[in-house]
Write a protein that binds this ligand. Structure first.
Ligand SMILES: Nc1ncnc2c1ncn2[C@@H]1O[C@H](COP(=O)(O)OP(=O)(O)OP(=O)(O)O)[C@@H](O)[C@H]1O
Ligand SMILES: [Mg+2]
Length: 179
C-alpha cells in the first residue's frame, strides 16, 4: 500500500494505492476507527473498483465482524445495532428523483453510519460535509483510492490513517498527482 501525498503540504485529500482486496479492506477498517456517528460515506467508482470491498472492512469493524455484501434485490442493507450501518447500492437507481421518492433522509440523516455505493447517482442529495471516496483501477490488483474527509473525520485524519496502515509519509505517486 502506498501513500501519495507530498510531505510539505496539509492535504485536503489522501491518495492511497492498494495492491490487493485485503489491503482495501484494511483501509476500510482503519477509516471505521475514526468515524463519528452520523457520518455518510459516498463511494464513487466503476464496476469492481473495490467499493464493496472497502465497505466490508468498515462493517467488519463497526458491525461485529459482519462482512458486507452488496444489496441485490433491495437498495439498502442494514447491519449492526449500535451504530446501525446502512449500506446502499445505487447502481440500479435511475437518478436522484427516485432516491427522493424512497425517502433517503432516513439513511442520510441517521445517527448511524451510511455507506453509499455508486454515489454518483445521488449527486445533489449528498449531505455536506460527507466523506467522499473515489476508487479507480490501477492495473491488475492495484486500486487508486482518493479520500476527502474534511469536516467529518477528526483533525489529523490523514496521519491517523497512514499510521494505522503503516504507511511512510511523503511518498508521491506521479500517476495519481497531488492537490
Ligand atoms: N486492490 C484491490 N482492492 C479491492 N478489490 C480488488 C483489489 N484487487 C483486486 N480486487 C478485486 O476486485 C473486485 C472488487 O469488487 P467489489 O465488489 O469490491 O467492487 P465494487 O466497486 O463494489 O463493484 P460494483 O460496482 O460491481 O459493486 C473483487 O473481485 C476483488 O477481489
Ligand atoms: Mg459493490
Amino acid at each position: 500500500m502506498n501513500p501519495a501525498t507530498p510531505k510539505d503540504r496539509q492535504p485536503a485529500r489522501l491518495l492511497i494505492e492498494t495492491g490487493s482486496p485485503e489491503e482495501t479492506e484494511a483501509l476500510g477498517m482503519a477509516i471505521a476507527g475514526l468515524l463519528p456517528r452520523g457520518a455518510v460515506l459516498a463511494l464513487f467508482g466503476d464496476l469492481a473498483a473495490g467499493k464493496t470491498c472497502l465497505t466490508r472492512g468498515l462493517t467488519r469493524c463497526l458491525a461485529q465482524g459482519i462482512g458486507a455484501h452488496s444489496p441485490t434485490f433491495t437498495l439498502v442493507n442494514q447491519y449492526g445495532e449500535d451504530p446501525i450501518i446502512y449500506h446502499l447500492d445505487l447502481y440500479r437507481l435511475s437518478g436522484p428523483d427516485e432516491l427522493a421518492d424512497l425517502g433517503y433522509e432516513e439513511w442520510f440523516d441517521s445517527q448511524g453510519i451510511c455507506i453509499i455505493e455508486w454515489a454518483e447517482r445521488a449527486e445533489g442529495l449528498l449531505p455536506e460535509p460527507c466523506i467522499r471516496i473515489h476508487l479507480s483501477h490501477g492495473g491488475e490488483d492495484k486500486r487508486h483510492i482518493e479520500i476527502q474527509a474534511a469536516g467529518v473525520l477528526p483533525e489529523g485524519w490523514e496521519s491517523h490513517l497512514r499510521e494505522a496502515l503503516c504507511l511512510t509519509d511523503g511518498v508521491e505517486s506521479p500517476e495519481l498527482g497531488t492537490n
